[in-house]
Ligand binder design. Structure first.
Ligand code: ZN
Length: 176
């Protein structure tokens, strides 16, 4: 009995001593409270599987994640955790990942915003994947989430920089 207590104590100590060990399998979920409306009726998606795969291929290359085999799926709201618009599951040893993005029928974003928001979800989940080897704490992902949100939004904003933004940047440079 005493041996069992000592063993349990040692195991607990190991977890306390090495809290940052990278998990070999993990998942991250992107939450967006402004995007939840479950409609049971089957509606055609405003985004296609081909579009999602195109974004995946493009951003996977840009982020240097070509050694990964990544699947992308458009899923209904009940296939994601509550409050989520996307998530990713990965296996580090297998270098395999699956990204799920929310079907447009379950989004309450404006129709013209859904395409860009879904691409942002793909970039966001890939940025999570780029951090998969870091010693992150799976029980406290808030700081990781904050960094991933900023980086993914910045990447997409850079890629789609509007002419107006370019003019502002040019004016700022010229005023020096
Ligand atoms: Zn996230």
């Amino acid at each position: 009995m005493r041996l069992i207590v000592v063993l349990a104590w040692l195991i607990a100590l190991a977890f306390v001593a090495f809290p940052g060990s990278p998990a070999t399998n993990a998942s991250r979920t992107t939450e967006n409270s402004a995007s939840q409306r479950a409609r049971v009726a089957v509606e055609p998606s405003l985004i296609t599987q081909e579009q999602v795969e195109g974004w995946l291929k493009f951003w996977q290359q840009r982020l240097g994640l070509v050694e990964w085999t990544i699947d992308a799926k458009i899923v209904r709201v009940w296939e994601l955790p509550a409050g989520a618009v996307a998530n990713i599951h990965w296996s580090l040893p297998k270098r395999k990942a699956t990204i799920k993005v929310l079907h447009s029928a379950d989004s309450n974003l404006r129709q013209d915003a859904i395409s860009r928001d879904t691409e942002l979800s793909v970039v966001h989940e890939l940025v999570h994947l780029s951090m998969a080897k870091l010693p992150l704490d799976p029980n406290h992902t808030e700081l990781e989430e904050e960094a991933v949100k900023k980086l993914s939004a910045a990447l997409l904003a850079l890629y789609y920089s509007e002419p107006a933004h370019t003019e502002v940047a040019a004016a700022a440079v010229n005023s020096r």
